[in-house]
Design a protein around this ligand. Sequence first.
Ligand code: AMP
Ligand code: MG
Length: 486
Amino acid sequence: MPGMTLRIAFDNSYARLPERFHVRMPPEPVGEPRLLALNDALAADLGLDAAALRSPAGVAMLAGNAVPEGAEPLAQAYAGHQFGGFVPQLGDGRALLLGEVIDPTGARHDIQLKGSGRTPFSRMGDGRAWLGPVLREYVVSEAMAALGVPTTRALAAVATGDWVFREDRLPGAVLTRVATSHIRVGTFQFFAARRDTEGLRTLFEYTRDRHYPDAETLLDLLRAAVNAQARLVAHWMALGFIHGVMNTDNCHVGGLTIDYGPCAFMDSYHPETVFSSIDRHGRYAYANQPQIAVWNLAQFATALLPLMSDDSEAGRNAAIEAATEAVHAFADTYQAEWLARFRRKLGLAEARDDDARLIETLLTRMAVQGADFTRTFRGLVRGSAAAEFREPEAWNAFAADWSARLAAEGSTPEVARARAATANPARIPRNHRVEEMIAAAVAGDLAPFERLMAALAQPYAEDAALADLEAAPRPEQRVQATFCGT
Ligand code: AMP
Ligand code: MG
């Protein structure tokens, strides 16, 4: 039928890597695919025809029921530290890389189906996803993109028409994820654990070509990855974002936010906030994220070491010293980026020695007062921050210091407010709204999903009609834990 054929110009570089990098296999078909969401803007950026993706042939591809010509579906092999314990083999257990496309600017993107059925890496899992985590990832990853955070993207969500069995019987879904790659620290660990130096070298060269073409040496690439992670985590911190499962298999070597499981944005600010139901010891609490990133990067450096030295003890020691120094550079980059982001959030134009202390003073007051993170900073723009504090004097005391600091650079709160307007979003995907959206979608109502998507696409624009999405949760609406929902 004309118009029904899906033509996508795949160019599958990962499939061309040696066999031990992946397992080639088709997705498992689903019962009754139905398109729930398609990201037209992203499709256009990728040079894909959105109308074709909406056609039956397109939906069949997005559900895993048809493999279009040129696709070479495969499950990627990787390993990883999960909550600090090393697992030598993880891999795509419920996802398949369909293929790669090159967008009109020449950039390469993975097109991945998540929830596409069992693979040799599934272990005890069913290889499936249910609607909740699929829509959560769709909403949160697209919100992150709109906020300018490096991230994987969501191209489509499809209902499978099949049930998925967790604690309950739940509707199944497949997410089409787009990413500049799916290379994780755990991908390097996979080869390092097998003492497969040749595989490591191949992966290094592949990663360099794809993410860091200017890196001439391993050390250059390590430094670039450290830099990207430091900037990424500082960005998360400036938005009150908690990833939730910063395992090394969820640590992207190119510096993307990847694997939206039990992630969440904080409502009231507290540095020890944890959402993930499986993070019992708070390993991945908000304030721990920079340290955990360093820990993950140290694992990355360790995986690279076999490539960085000859077998002599002197060579090894020199490599360890250089790699350690590269990882330790995280601290300075992170601190500089964190300061730059929070200065912008306070509308400061200049850098002064005492700025870190000023920012910490505000954060400490917010924690003591249970102030909402997003609303306080947006309130600074709106001139309504005091209302976020149980005792408005706590804000007023800070505001006096803030005004004095602004005066020192010849500025005023009015000027600062305007300056901070694009650093402090009005809207983030609030956890209780995400949960509400999922409950509605399970009941067949996608209107809250669509409204949330539209509201989050313009996070900095004032819109009185969206006030309900900006409100902090009432006590009974507060979400205490989010689940991986795997
Ligand atoms: P995650 O914690 O979501 O990053 O996943 C960790 C590992 O478990 C990865 O290897 C996943 O592919 C695998 N996994 C998670 N959920 C499932 C599932 N439902 N079926 C098979 N494998 C899964
Ligand atoms: Mg993962």
